[in-house]
Design a protein around this ligand. Structure first.
Ligand code: NAD
Ligand code: TYD
Length: 337
């Protein structure tokens, strides 16, 4: 029986990963450790919370006094580290918490993983650590692209990547780093572009598009991301970095228009607003290394966005409780719309 610690398992990707693992591996014990910040909620796990192999622990990854005794008690085999502050816009207005959670929090976990000799530490990072690409469609991020983060968020993630690497090189901690492109799918918090657009279009509200809407992101369905991490944790040689992406590049305007058309609404809902500071032009992943390990995405952008829109239609109560709470104040302050 393996014990798997998933940090940030009450958030978007970690939450999907926890369900994926609890369903797939009944012989593993899955521990979801989360501080339940604004981005974490447990209602998403009502369907698995009574499973014998699922456990929730409320704790702060940056608090050594909470983390060390936990590792001492449970002796985890794997750590899959998702917990982070993850929203670029919030990092522009308030960078400090990003350093505490993403940098210090990762270091606290690394110390515990090292002291209690985990089998593997998988660090879930982002393609944003590579900085930005220009609009030449033949250029991609590979694992050898130099790290040139541009936002406080991506700088904090790059710092944590370097720490993970250093614990491998210095102490021999078994690890992998994964760098994924933009995810979308069920339980995506409605501050991010795709769920923000779906929820606002459904309520006939304006959708804020930054700048001219021509920035490009490479979209990956969250379930394809979960399968990639499953593969990396079990099959990847220690010390290796893997990029995760499925060649689904779209401009932001294309994404927003796709959603508007699928919901039968008017493009008049689009409102161009002031651009994000330091807005990265384009992200695009070369996933060859991960494909060679045996990964293949199951969704195209077309099938994935259709499934996601349907999920938001079927699960209104989940996102309505979020947008009616504290989040409303954030929206008003961020956009002044
Ligand atoms: P999210 O913001 O939805 O969830 C983050 C979770 O971490 C929340 O449940 C939150 O409560 C928890 N958390 C925050 N601070 C904590 C702390 N101090 N201690 C314990 N838990 C804490 O994020 P997400 O979109 O699911 O992203 C998960 C990971 O994947 C992040 O590391 C992010 O950098 C990375 N990533 C995300 C994307 C994306 O498109 N969302 C793409 C590439 C990489
Ligand atoms: P986001 O979902 O915040 O992810 P990231 O910044 O990590 O890529 O944003 C995706 C793209 O959508 C990014 O280019 C910024 C843009 N965007 C908007 O145009 N309007 C918005 O209201 C938001 C949140 C994002």
């Amino acid at each position: 029986m393996k014990k798997v610690l998933v940090t940030g398992g009450a958030g978007f990707i970690g939450g999907n990963f926890v369900r994926y693992m609890a369903d797939k591996y009944s012989d593993y014990q899955i521990y979801n450790l989360d501080l339940l910040t604004y981005a974490g909620d447990l209602t998403k796990h009502r369907d698995i919370e009574n499973k014998a192999n699922y456990h929730f622990i409320k704790a702060d990854i940056a608090n050594r006094d909470e983390i060390k005794p936990l590792f001492e008690k449970e002796r985890f085999d794997y750590v899959i580290h998702f917990a982070a502050e993850s929203h670029v816009d919030r990092s522009i207005t308030d960078p400090e918490i990003f350093i505490r959670t993403n940098v210090l929090g990762t270091q606290v976990l690394l110390d515990a993983a090292r002291e209690f000799a985990v089998t593997k530490f998988v660090h879930v990072s982002t393609d944003e650590v590579y900085g930005e690409l220009d609009f030449d469609p033949n250029t991609f991020f590979t694992e050898d692209t130099p790290l040139q983060p541009n936002s406080p968020y991506s700088a904090s993630k790059a710092s944590s990547d370097f720490l993970v690497r250093s614990y491998y090189e210095t102490y021999g901690l078994p690890m992998n780093i994964t760098r994924c492109s933009n995810n979308y799918g069920p339980y995506h918090f409605p501050e991010k572009l795709i769920p923000l657009t779906i929820s606002r279009v459904l309520n006939d509200q304006k959708v804020p598009v930054y700048g001219d809407g021509k920035n490009i992101r490479d979209w990956l369905h969250v379930i394809d991301h979960c399968a990639a991490i499953d593969l990396v944790m079990h099959k990847a040689p220690s010390g290796e970095v893997y990029n995760i992406g499925g060649h689904n590049e779209r401009t932001n305007l294309e994404v927003v228009k796709t959603i508007i058309h699928a919901l039968g609404k008017s493009e008049d809902l689009i409102e161009f607003v002031e651009d994000r500071l330091g807005h990265d032009k384009r992200y695009a992943i070369d996933p060859t290394k991960l494909e060679q390990l045996g990964w293949k995405p199951t969704y195209t952008f077309e099938t994935g966005i259709a499934q996601t829109i349907q999920w938001y239609l079927d699960n209104k109560e989940w996102w309505e409780q979020i947008i009616s709470g504290e989040y409303q104040k954030y929206f008003e302050k961020q956009y002044a719309m």
